[in-house]
Design a protein around this ligand. Sequence first.
Ligand SMILES: C[S@@+](CC[C@H](N)C(=O)[O-])C[C@H]1O[C@@H](n2cnc3c(N)ncnc32)[C@H](O)[C@@H]1O
Length: 186
Amino acid sequence: MKKGDVVVDLGAAPGGWIQAARKIVGKTGYVLGVDLKPIEPFPWEYVRTIVADITEPETIEQVLTFLPRKPDVVISDASPNISGVWEVDHARQIDLASQALELALKLLHPGGNFFVKVFEGDLLNDFVKTVKKHFEEVKFVKPKASRAKSSEIYILALRMKPNREVKASAETESPCSANELVEDVE
Ligand SMILES: C[S@@+](CC[C@H](N)C(=O)[O-])C[C@H]1O[C@@H](n2cnc3c(N)ncnc32)[C@H](O)[C@@H]1O
């Protein structure tokens, strides 16, 4: 994310990431926050929020009407309500991350970047493989703010491939491993 970027923040309430993104993109950029819950409005005209469900097919249209152009970056911290049953929470989180990926693939221009929260578990490998089909570089990131013991981890996917490259690379996809971990970031 850099100055002047257009950013879509999925699962954005109460708005911490929106504020961090706003500082980076500045007033030549634009940040749109999307959440099931309303977010207190911000005083900057280049920051907007909408109430929408990222799992609903009509959300893409709603998002597009609020954007000045195709976004450079889609970030998603969307999380389900935690049930405490690990398998259930892992599956729901991967499902939300997959919905966020689908939106990102439709919204981003080729070369755009995607950052998404997942929980570690059995379904993660397949999800990462899918992300790798669509982006040139994919890394796991564990921010310092995320508790070391938590299974929460983020995937940073850089430079979305144009569609035709995706088709070509699908056959030569390499499997991923947990050893590709991890960048500790602030
Ligand atoms: C951990 S919070 C996000 C915190 C945010 N990144 C911040 O910095 O303030 C996760 C959010 O995901 C939202 N969420 C969960 N499911 C969603 C969905 N289907 N569509 C939109 N937002 C969703 C929740 O309402 C919740 O506000």
